[in-house]
Design a protein around this ligand. Structure first.
Ligand code: PLP
Ligand SMILES: N[C@@H](CCOP(=O)(O)O)C(=O)O
Length: 480
């Protein structure tokens, strides 16, 4: 299967090339030329399968033979063996027809592990087979970075540079990134926001000389393999609740639009999904876009759900590509507008499609805290602030459609955000035993200015790729 760029000006490539490429060379994001379709009977046949067995079928369809099946299956088995729950991603019922899908049983306690544990193995496998090295760059508001550090630390083929917004991630998130003593891992505290980190990462991909010298690769959800690997849990949860014989709804705490896009991918692959609800915190660019048709970037507001303190939702571009019926020229126009004036307007028909297939809500801080308290009192279940936003949105969705089961994605373990959880519920969630000494470990990170040139010099100086330490020429790339 070939993968094409949403901007239409990069060559079509296979799955493994898309895996290593991250961002396409025209600045766009890769998507498959056509989504593989899983027949209803095949999805029904997932009933009773383990998470890993389901992943083999879902990822098998998306990888489509580009990696030999025994090798892919072994990597999937190893990835999900790292989870600390026998069901990998269990469902827990917290109210009538309302379920949370716990995605946080992986090594770093957030949903990112589901894809990242597999991505690390896939990249290592492909790089070794090709005899190549890579420099992985990532932007994080806290969770992608910790998951990437865990998945890639100590690997010979890669150096990892993670940019996070200085002072804007939780202490647990920061320490997960800064206390890993592996020479190939570099945690960079950027003096800026997550959007600034993401803009620099995209800018480095758009700087051809730097990208080529450093053999750049990405682990954010701009990487097609990341979002593809997240589709599995929509299948496992839907089938557990009676799918595909009845549609299931999902409320998804959303920032960069990767997790909810994975639900849309599952739907395009044939899974009956009733509603996909975008659940935002006070950084409400997506609910505003659905309401007004105008995608307008404003300043980022710090909240108790810092991983969702995002204004530029990268993966929305993949959805726009579908809403505009794969008109890459139209996407180039919209993204040009975004780069120039921090805004674009969605045309009437694509907007109508967007409103038919998604709904959205923005949850204020006091409501997040109230939901954590309510769910603890009524169900004895402790939500992290991100998950609480999904639960609020899920309750709203259930009020619209009480007969359809609603799954709120539990994207992080409450112990990652103990201060907010304690303030809202009176309970301080402890870290699980494998992380109990996190606050005793020494930290290692470097503060850097919000400047792409400075970050490129920082990376070159620490690269283990022969020749990459020499300063490169050429213009610095832009973020769009
Ligand atoms: C805990 C948590 N919840 C929700 C999100 C939002 O997910 P996405 O960026 O895929 O929309 C993130 C960050 O990505 C996160 O770390
Ligand atoms: N919330 C994320 C932001 C990056 O998202 P990604 O899914 O594109 O990697 C984080 O925790 O880093």
């Amino acid at each position: 299967m070939r993968h094409i760029s949403t901007r239409g000006e990069a060559p079509a490539i296979g799955f493994t090339d898309a895996l290593l490429a991250g961002l396409a060379r025209d600045g766009g994001l890769y998507v498959p030329e056509a989504y593989p379709h899983l027949p209803r009977e095949a999805i029904a046949g997932f009933a009773g399968l383990s998470f890993a067995e389901t992943a083999k079928r879902v990822m098998g369809a998306l990888v489509e033979g580009e990696i030999e099946t025994p090798a892919l299956d072994a990597m999937i088995d190893a990835a999900y063996a790292s989870f600390r729950h026998p069901a990998t991603c269990p469902l827990v019922q917290i109210d009538d027809n309302l379920f949370v899908l716990e995605l946080f049983h992986g090594p770093t306690l957030a949903f990112k592990d589901v894809a990242m544990q597999l991505l690390g193995r896939l990249m290592d496998h492909v790089l070794k087979a090709r005899g190549q090295r890579a420099t992985i760059v990532g932007a994080t508001s806290g969770d992608t970075g910790s998951a990437a550090v865990d998945a890639f630390s100590g690997l010979d083929q890669v150096d990892v540079f993670i940019l996070y917004p200085h002072g804007r991630v939780s202490d647990v998130q920061r320490r997960q990134m800064t206390t890993v003593d592996a020479p190939n891992v570099h945690a960079v505290a950027l003096e800026g926001t997550f959007d600034d980190c993401q803009a620099i990462v995209k800018g480095m991909f758009n700087h051809a000389r730097f990208r080529d010298d450093l053999l750049l690769s990405g682990v954010n959800s701009i990487n097609w393999a990341r979002v593809a690997a997240q589709a599995t849990y929509y299948f496992t949860s839907a089938v557990a609740l009676g799918g595909p014989h009845r549609p299931i709804s999902y409320a998804v705490p959303t920032g960069n639009f990767g997790d909810i896009l994975a639900g849309d991918i599952a739907r395009r692959m044939g899974l009956p999904v009733a509603e996909l609800v975008i659940a935002s915190n006070a950084n409400d660019i997506l609910p505003r876009t659905l309401e007004t048709g105008s995608y307008t970037v404003t300043g980022v507001m710090p909240t108790t759900s810092p991983s969702m303190d995002i204004q530029v939702s990268s993966n929305f571009e993949r959805l726009l590509f579908e809403l505009y019926e794969r008109d890459a020229g139209a996407i180039r126009g919209l993204m040009g507008g975004l780069a120039q004036s921090r805004a674009f307007a969605i045309a009437e028909e694509p907007l109508a499609r967007l409103r038919r297939t998604f709904s959205a809500t923005s949850v204020p801080e006091d409501v997040v805290a109230a939901e954590i308290g309510r769910t603890w009192r009524e169900a004895g279940y402790l939500l992290d602030p991100h998950t609480a936003i999904g639960v609020v949105a899920g309750r709203e969705g259930l009020a619209r459609n009480p007969g359809t089961p609603m799954v709120a994605l539990a994207t992080a373990h409450p112990a990652k955000f103990p201060d907010a959880v304690e303030a809202a519920s009176g309970v301080r969630p402890p870290l699980p035993p494998h992380m109990a000494d996190l606050f005793d470990r020494a930290e290692r990170f470097e503060v850097q200015p919000n400047d792409q040139g400075a970050i490129e010099r920082f990376i070159r100086a620490r690269s283990r790729i022969p020749g990459a330490r020499a300063p490169g020429g050429g213009e610095t790339g832009a973020a769009s």
